[in-house]
Design a protein. Structure first.
Length: 475
């Protein structure tokens, strides 16, 4: 029988708490009764609703015990503050997993995809652990740590931020042996008086928590590279570089995308590499380079790293493709609906421009297919937001997009900047725009949906997927 993740005594020792009720052993950690599983330790956090209100429900669903700061019926460990206790539990998990090499990922774009691609490589190399979904904030990071089994050999953690000073305590919890900043761009700039410079400074906090002699993986093509490099070296890190620039440790030479896959040509520490990946976004060229360097720093064999990249599929809402069968043929839906900012928008549009249209009939090339984009507001851009949206007209033109559909008050700035020949439709909300895009899609088209999660771009993607005559439901 597998060893328990946490016994009640271990939880009490880690948190300075006291056992209330019968003893227990937990195999997982949960903060949400909607996803709690049998055998979990339920942590009753204070939030919009007090987690203590849900302890009985969690135990009824099979939770082994609860971590609480108020008396409850059932097995529990009583502490002064449950959030602090969760942090303490995470720290204890890190300290007891003595064999675990830890990596950390941050950046303005691509954190979750890069984290999960690294995890794919770690899994091939041994007992591995990682963040699930985008668990990258002040709750998600200690929760991920608290879930780490004691026999973990390698782990990777996603670390995010909206404001300065948020990454510093999180990297101090993780104490990574290596850390990557995928890139820095105008994301969350409304929270920084000095704009991108502040974002870069905040991202560089990740190096402050590195274990002595740790590795900092940096994007040499990014405008903030020199500033980030100085911060990394100041923290005592060994710097490894990726990008197209000559001299990079992982140098991207070429990226050729086709339907559902791409071929990456690179030089890794001077050695030529050509390998396939199941991604089409141009940003996956540099992403793949970052993943290779991180896996190397985490002692993963290059063959395992390449195999992991070669089988790693796009995450939902982050470039996943679907062939949607409609009357007369099919169109290709490119679902980028999970998030958006000026950097990722430009990359996605460039990728779309490089793609061939005309996949309308199965097995045949159909001429006349169009490039169509449905875009919703990019959020957290501050006073510059209208300008960032209007500026998308340029990469849209460069990508030779045929029709543009826009939803949201900020996307109105792009709509106004578009020539009439490119205007597909505008609506105030994604829900109102979805029927317009659905009516426009024709066999042979490439249809990309992208926007910030908060502006509900996924509603449009789901509407388009639901047109599929084969599945008959949203995919």
């Amino acid at each position: 029988m597998a060893e328990a993740l946490w016994t009640a005594d271990e939880v009490a020792a880690a948190t300075g708490g006291t056992l209330a009720g019968p003893s227990f052993a937990a195999n997982g950690v949960s903060i949400d009764t909607r996803t709690v599983e049998r055998g979990d330790l339920f942590v009753a956090l204070a939030g919009v609703r007090d987690g203590h209100e849900f302890v009985a429900q969690a135990l009824a669903k099979g939770a082994a015990g609860a971590l609480v700061s108020k008396p409850v019926d059932g097995p529990a460990v009583m502490v002064a503050d449950t959030f602090t206790a969760l942090e303490q539990l995470g720290a204890a998990a890190r300290q007891r997993a003595t064999k675990a090499r830890r990596g950390a990922v941050t950046g303005s774009v691509g954190k979750t995809s890069v984290t999960q691609a690294i995890m794919a490589g770690l899994t091939r190399a041994g007992r591995a652990h990682s963040s699930v979904k985008s668990y990258n904030n002040h709750i998600g990071v200690p929760l991920t740590l608290a879930r780490m089994p004691r026999d973990t050999e390698r782990a990777v953690f996603e670390i995010g931020m909206n404001h300065e000073g948020e990454i510093r305590p999180l990297t101090a919890m993780v104490r990574p042996h290596c850390a990557v900043i995928t890139n820095v761009g105008p994301v969350h700039v409304e929270n920084f008086p000095d704009g991108e410079a502040g974002v870069a400074r905040a991202k560089a906090e990740i190096f402050e928590g590195l274990e002595p002699g740790g590795v900092a993986v940096l994007n040499a093509d990014n405008v903030w590279f020199e500033a980030l490099k100085a911060q990394a070296l100041g923290a005592g890190a060994q710097v490894r570089t990726f990008g197209r620039a000559a001299g990079c440790d992982a140098r991207l030479i070429d990226f050729q995308a086709d339907a559902g896959h791409a071929i990456v040509q690179a030089r890794f520490h001077g050695k030529g590499l050509d390998f396939p990946i199941l991604q089409t976004g141009a940003h996956w060229g540099p992403n793949a380079m970052a993943v290779l360097l991180m896996l190397e720093a985490l002692d993963v064999d290059l063959d395992d790293s390449l195999a992991a990249l070669g089988s790693f599929e796009p995450l939902a809402g982050r470039g996943a493709e679907k062939i949607v069968q409609i009357s007369g043929g099919a169109f290709t839906l490119i679902d980028e609906s999970y998030n958006a900012n000026p950097v990722s928008m430009a990359s996605a549009l460039a990728t779309l421009g490089a793609r061939k249209t005309g996949t309308g009939e199965t097995g045949t090339a159909k001429t006349g297919g169009r490039r169509i984009v449905a875009l919703t507001d990019m959020l957290e851009l501050g006073e510059q937001a209208p300008g960032f949206h209007a500026a998308l007209a340029e990469p849209i033109a460069a990508a030779e997009v045929d029709l543009v559909f826009c939803a949201g008050p900020l996307m109105k700035s792009l709509w106004d900047a578009l020539p009439p020949t490119r205007r597909g439709g505008y609506a105030k909300t994604a829900a109102e725009l979805a029927p317009q895009v659905s009516r426009a899609a024709e066999p042979g088209d490439l249809v990309m949906v992208k926007g910030s999660n908060g502006s509900k771009a996924s509603v449009i993607a789901q509407a388009l997927a639901s047109l599929d005559l084969v599945s008959g439901k949203a995919g």
